[in-house]
Design a protein around this ligand. Sequence first.
Ligand code: CO
Length: 299
Amino acid sequence: MNDNPRQPAHHSLADVAVPRGIDHIVAGVSTSDGDGVKLTRVLHQPLQQRLDPFLMLDAFGTDNPGDYIGGFPNHPHRGFETVTYMIAGRMRHRDSKGNEGLLQSGGVQWMTAGRGLVHSEMPEQAEGSMEGFQLWLNLPAKDKMREPWYGDIQSAQIPEYRADGEVLVRVIAGHSNGVAGAVQREHTEPLYVDVMLPPGTEFRQALPPEHNALIYVFRESVFIGSSEIPTKRMAILDNAPETDGVVVRAPATNHSPARMLLIAGRPLREPIAQYGPFVMNTREQVTQAVHDFQNGKLG
Ligand code: CO
């Protein structure tokens, strides 16, 4: 995966006695954001309670520069974290705290907005393909006004392992089959893995039943039990209390490796008040965020 010369170690996969099933499958909504960047909003506002602590998942992927060249010029955030995972392409990040970084193929930019900042995310290419994901992870009420934090995680810094033959797993956050990811978070304990499954292989991951979990497939298709998750679809996994994990298979009839994101986390169960790029717990806090932004207090 990527153009990485590493030889990841083999790990054995968890035994999953009672795997989760699919609650439902979501196609997402085609939209544009920033300065005309075309994307699919896979996790949108009506699913925020169901997928707590995750607030948004955008998938972007195009070979047409006209669909991405405008990028995301200066805009604010407060109250949550953005996790941008680049599959192909280059994006330059700059923020009002003086952070700057180049997000490149296979890398992750993890940005904790906390009490707020203003940043831009701009393509650093005028041609070629741009593909990736932006996930919004909520912060617990007590951390919404913390100091902002920013981390550039290059592709080579993301732990990888192999399992069940040639399955390749990249662990962006949390723990997967004994491998610690690049980022750990208390409270929500997010798991974020990118899994590549050649035809006829299987991936298994332990998951606490109360953690909300989704799978987004972006190459070929995969199966959970007898249910198919087609490409460019998100499956929301059920939370049946007796379950202990998830089992995903790539059918032998696939022509090339399937690839999917598995994202899970412990729900915060706190009120969500969102206005655009501000996600707080009450309307008053959102109004305050807008006021602070208008008065230049976010940078
Ligand atoms: Co942003």
